[in-house]
Design a protein around this ligand. Structure first.
Ligand code: EPZ
Length: 429
């Protein structure tokens, strides 16, 4: 298994091109199952999770063509054409769903187009139990019958789905996406109430509308979808990855560097920007993206709480904690989205951080520096948190289980090394 070895203490300087957003690209790819025609997605990031979903779509009968490679600076992304002319299988098998929970996003499109789908029930994962009850209750409201059998969700709607009002008891990105896709081909009107408002939801709605769907309100708490009888092919460019951009913004701040994040969108990062400003970091919008550096050399401990968009994202919580480990004073970080997303804390403590966890909150007392150590990542964002800690720490940090990083960060070590980081991947058989 590969490792990443970092020698910390170098300020990051230069430009980083932000890749296409993983969490936008995955539902966009699933949406291609809604039509017999070709959906062309540009700015697709080169990531393991994308390959996993591509594999699943192929097994379901879609034909995929990848045009063009990543540009040397990673800026142009890739272009993927997906044509699901015929659905050959209705089953998302356990071996793929267990690798990536976002596989459940094929449920809505298959059910809406084919009237049936079987998807392995994803188990818990490193950040929490992560049920899919909100997805399933939503499909039931649209008239589907749901059965659980042998670890699989079997959903059927032999007479097609019928529009209805779905009030989500809790905000869910995935359930909003799945229901928005399913409702696009349902008969009549569907109203999603207490919908997620993430930029990835808006990106999906934009693709669906380009495919002929009738959707209003994406980006707000209520989304109205008027079902149509068929969708057609379309072309779409994936939005930039706000979590990747936010991670590098904090890498600039943590190392007292100066990074220009090309393509980063300030409107997707408003909560992070507000928080970092309080912590002594400047995020300046330029005509090419965002420039990030400390305002006056100091980092100040600042409390943060994760929330659904437009709040501070849970996917940046771990990286923010790494930033706070060397800030002046203390910071309280509260996680409200997932119940178990502090697995990076013991690893940060092994690097000399002072962090105490009380339930859903962690109190971080800033130290002048961290010390490099061998560390192990448990999930994607915990991995990037440990990379940030390694960039700051004195001496060498060896990050194991790098495969988590490869699921969600395109060429992370190359992008950081180009800005002066002493970071390398050690390939092991
Ligand atoms: C998406 O996951 C992202 N994944 C996650 O990114 C992200 O952390 C999360 O949204 C929150 O922003 C993708 O977009 C592919 P949710 P999702 O449904 O859709 C509970 C990363 O690192 N819930 O919004 O699965 C759930 O347990 C990842 O890139 C239910 O109770 O998240 C959680 O506590 C990891 N029942 C909360 O809602 C359900 O049916 C929010 O989850 C669904 C969710």
């Amino acid at each position: 298994m590969d490792k990443i070895v970092i020698r910390g203490g170098r300020p990051l300087q230069g430009e980083i091109a932000v890749s296409g957003a993983k969490n936008a690209a995955l539902p966009l790819m699933a949406a291609a199952l809604l039509t017999e025609q070709t959906v062309r997605l540009g700015n697709l990031p080169h990531l393991v999770d994308i390959a996993t979903l591509a594999n699943l779509l192929t097994r379901l009968g879609a034909e995929l063509h990848l045009n063009g490679q990543c540009a040397p600076d990673g800026h142009d992304g890739r272009v993927l054409e997906i044509c699901a002319r015929r659905i050959a299988s209705h089953v998302a098998p356990y071996d793929l769903v267990r690798k990536m929970r976002a596989s459940v996003l094929v449920l809505g499109p298959l059910l809406a187009r084919e009237g049936r789908a079987e998807v392995s029930l994803p188990g818990g994962c490193a950040i929490g139990t992560r049920p899919i009850d909100l997805h399933l209750e939503g499909f039931k409201r649209l008239g589907a019958e749901i059965e659980l059998d042998g670890g699989y969700v079997k959903a059927t709607a032999p007479n097609g789905l019928k529009g209805g009002e779905i009030v989500f008891p809790k905000v869910s990105v995935g359930a909003t996406e799945n229901l928005m896709m399913a409702a696009s081909l349902a008969e009549g009107e569907t109203l999603l109430v207490n919908a997620a408002r993430e930029p990835e939801i808006v990106d999906l709605a934009n693709l669906l509308c380009a495919m002929g769907a009738d959707i209003e309100g994406a980006g707000s708490e209520q989304i109205c979808i008027r079902g149509v009888s068929a969708l057609h092919g379309a072309e779409h460019t994936v939005i930039p990855d706000r979590i990747e951009a936010g991670t590098y913004a904090m890498a600039a701040a943590a190392t007292d560097g100066d990074l220009h994040l090309l393509g980063a969108r300030a409107d997707h990062l408003a909560a992070l920007s507000e928080l970092l400003t309080k912590a002594g970091v400047t995020l300046e919008e330029t005509n090419r993206g965002l420039r990030v550096r400390r305002a006056n050399g100091r980092l100040v401990g600042t409390d943060a709480m994760t929330e659904a968009f437009p709040g501070f994202p849970t996917d940046l919580q771990a990286q923010y904690m790494a930033l706070m480990t060397t800030a002046e004073g203390a910071a309280m970080v509260t996680e409200t989205i997932f119940e178990n997303r502090f697995m990076h804390v013991p690893e940060l403590c092994r690097m000399g951080a002072e962090i105490v966890v009380h339930g859903a909150s962690a109190l971080i007392r800033g130290k002048p520096t961290l010390k490099g150590a061998p560390v192990m990542a448990t999930d994607l964002r915990a991995s990037s948190c440990l990379v940030l800690a390694g960039l700051v720490a004195e001496g060498e940090t060896e990050l194991n289980r790098v495969y988590h990083l490869d699921r969600g960060y395109e060429r992370l070590e190359a992008k950081l090394a180009a800005c002066g980081a002493d970071i390398r991947r050690v390939r092991e058989a």
